[in-house]
Design a binder for this molecule. Structure first.
Ligand code: AMP
Ligand code: MG
Length: 397
């Protein structure tokens, strides 16, 4: 049934075999590094916290001392106290350094203040409510690996050890254009037979989400010369060119001959639904991936093929989604002989619901969904079955 079709995994393997991380590394302020890809592993040159400090508002004491102590000093976060003398406690606040001689903090809820004395109503154990020096990060430890997309908490972690700038791969330059004489932009009159260029919004949004430097060449007319011209321009400016439409074998499909004329092209008919035709090639130093025009197909093939290729080009290590095992709360009794990516949504019972139409022209399904079920070829799904779920939350990173 699938003869002549390439499997998704085989197509992915061929794509990833070609992808190479961009070589250029740039230093960016840690404050601006979120969503960039770290080019070199980062180590800490210090302990965090840099000193023993209090985890609570309370009283720093020696556990060898008595339970009635004179409050001899007050230590706020950011200041340093004096050594604790026998028979005394230090009033201490969260984050303040533990004075020498103290080995525990008694939280203020367990203390009774009587004049200038404090009565400990709970016997402290050594180390209680003290954050130890280096308990978060040890000096010399690796805090961030190379090839990681920096999340906000990663830049926070780098900052916590005093790193003010980070080496990141330069942004991938992603070129986009959209073929089809039927396409118009929202805001323009929709003449009979025309449709809005929705793929421009979807694919551009994906490119932005993945932190690319975008070059949007807009709508390209269905003509060989126009397509060749934009390809030449894009190839000079981009690392990767992604297009939608024009890769079928219809009369108006000029992307294929244009890429063949300007560079190299492989046409793959992929055993997947949606999204059978996929074109992969290169024009000069730029790679080229031609996605189908159908809105759902271009969205899904972007996530399944462009995403891993792009992430590898960006310098990321992990490019394949793990997926999670989830319960199908629907029947899918007439599966396609090709591997399918079904639009589904979590329900309140923790299972997955299926969008009622899985047609590749129904963009509503992608907006309604929380992700895709990766269903093997020709596999029926019965209510209660475990399926492989690829949530957008995983596909969007
Ligand atoms: P094609 O791959 O060019 O044959 O297009 C397949 C289908 O997708 C046709 O119905 C096109 O009208 C539609 N289509 C192509 N490009 C876009 C686009 N940029 N936005 C929305 N629909 C599109
Ligand atoms: Mg077309």
């Amino acid at each position: 049934m699938n003869q002549g079709l390439l499997s998704v995994d085989e197509a992915l393997a061929r794509l990833l075999a070609e992808a190479k991380p961009v070589a250029e590394v740039e230093e960016v302020p840690t404050l601006e590094a979120t969503n960039r890809i770290l080019a070199r592993a980062q180590r800490s040159t210090m302990d965090v916290p840099p000193m023993d400090n209090s985890a609570m508002d309370g009283y720093a004491v020696s556990t060898r001392d008595s339970s009635r102590l004179k409050v001899a000093q007050k230590i706020m976060a950011g200041s340093v106290g004096k050594p604790l003398e026998k028979g005394t406690a230090a009033r201490i606040f969260t984050g303040a350094p533990i004075p020498s001689g103290a080995d525990a903090v008694v939280m203020q809820e367990h203390c009774e203040v009587q004049g200038n004395e404090v009565l400990l109503k709970k016997t402290p154990t050594p180390g209680e409510w003290i954050r130890r020096v280096g308990s978060d990060v040890k000096k010399g430890a690796e805090i961030l690996p190379a090839g990681k997309r920096l999340l906000p908490q990663d830049t926070g972690l780098a900052a916590s050890v005093g790193i003010k700038a980070l080496p990141v791969f330069r942004k991938v330059r992603l070129g986009l254009f959209f073929t089809g004489d039927e396409l118009v932009m929202p805001g323009e009159a929709l003449a009979p037979g025309r449709i809005y260029n929705s793929n421009r919004f979807t694919l551009r949004g994906l490119g932005e989400l993945f932190g690319c430097e975008l070059r949007d060449y807009g709508i390209v007319p269905d003509s060989l010369e126009a397509t060749r011209e934009v390809l030449r321009r894009a190839a000079a400016e981009c690392d990767l060119i992604v297009t939608s439409g024009g890769v079928s074998v219809g009369d108006a499909d000029y992307v294929k001959p244009a890429v063949e004329a300007e560079g190299k092209l492989l046409m793959w008919r992929i055993a997947m639904k949606p999204g059978r035709p996929l074109a992969f090639g290169s024009v000069k130093k730029a790679f080229f991936i031609g996605l189908p025009g159908n809105p759902v197909s271009s969205f899904v093939t972007f996530l399944i093929f462009v995403r891993p290729f792009l992430l590898r080009t960006q310098g990321l290590n992990a490019v394949q989604p793990t997926g999670i095992a989830a319960r199908a709360d629907f029947d899918w009794l007439e599966p396609d002989p090709r591997r399918e990516f079904l639009r589904v949504k979590w329900n309140a019972q923790g299972g997955l619901d299926l969008y009622p139409t899985q047609d590749s022209a129904v963009l509503t399904s992608t907006s309604w969904a929380h992700g895709l079920v990766d269903n093997p070829a020709a596999q029926a799904i019965h209510k209660g079955d475990t399926v492989r779920f690829l949530p957008y939350s995983e596909l969007y990173r």
